[in-house]
Design a protein around this ligand. Structure first.
Ligand SMILES: Nc1ncnc2c1ncn2[C@@H]1O[C@H](COP(=O)(O)OP(=O)(O)OP(=O)(O)O)[C@@H](O)[C@H]1O
Length: 231
């Protein structure tokens, strides 16, 4: 369980995260929604320790992690697939995957077979440079690399942005298999409503740095969509 309490974050005079509270766990898929610029990516970066929080607590499996360095938070079981994927363009697909072995919980010397089972294209293109892959292939690589870490919680920042529909469907299926087969909990930042409704169990909506609504996904009303999500 990833638990966040009273997180406040500022960029200079701008108060970007305001008393943010949320819990992700229990093998559930939690979707954080909201318009551009409301603070979703800032929250993910703060959970990882890539940005400092000025106040608040972050716990993973009952232990405080907000005082830890990013690599130690990853070592406790948080994996992050950032917007833009951040794969290494000059390394091969296999090298990109192997980079994550160093941060894996409990060690292990090989890339888990399951990564290739989820994303067969990564086996087919194992020796190709990451930079030569299409956007959809790079997204599969970025998610595969996060799975090498064998995380407790997976953070995904708009994984379907700019991706063709058949890969969006594959990513949705993989997320749901990870939940049902491995009890993995997922914090998904997503603006595409049909995808969010199809894969997520719970939602929270952020507006100007605050969580303004949350609940079970089937309770996301048209009124909330119109007020906080429609552009
Ligand atoms: N490095 C920075 N310096 C100053 N302000 C920043 C910085 N990064 C983000 N911001 C501001 O913080 C606010 C939240 O941005 P953030 O990227 O977290 O929003 P978001 O909800 O993830 O939006 P998007 O969907 O566009 O990624 C915005 O007003 C943004 O302009």
């Amino acid at each position: 369980m990833l638990s966040v309490q009273g997180i406040n974050q500022y960029f200079g005079a701008s108060h970007t995260l305001r008393d943010v509270e949320l819990s992700v766990g229990g093998g559930r898929i939690f979707c954080l929604m909201g318009r551009n610029g409301v603070g979703k990516t800032t929250l993910l970066n703060t959970l990882l320790g890539l940005l400092p929080a000025q106040s608040g607590e972050i716990s993973l499996a009952g232990e405080r992690i907000d005082g830890l360095k990013t690599e130690d938070r990853v070592g406790r079981g948080i994996a992050y697939v950032p917007q833009g994927r951040m794969i290494f363009p000059d390394l091969t697909v296999m090298e990109n995957l192997r980079v994550a072995l160093a941060g894996r919980r409990g060690g292990g010397t090989g890339v888990p077979e399951q990564v290739f089972e989820f994303f067969p294209v990564l086996a087919e293109m194992a020796n190709r440079r990451g930079g030569d892959l299409s956007g959809g292939q790079q997204q599969q690589l970025a998610i595969g690399r996060a799975l090498v870490l064998e995380p407790r919680v997976l953070l995904l920042d708009e994984p379907c942005e700019g991706i063709q529909p058949n890969i969006v469907q594959l990513i949705g299926e993989v997320i749901q298999r990870l939940r049902s087969e491995q009890n993995l909990s997922v914090l998904l930042v997503e603006q595409k409503l049909p995808f969010a409704r199809a894969v997520a169990d719970d939602f929270a909506i952020m507006d100007r740095g605050q969580i303004v609504a949350d609940g079970a996904m089937d309770q996301l009303s048209e009124e909330l969509v119109a007020e906080y999500l429609t552009v």
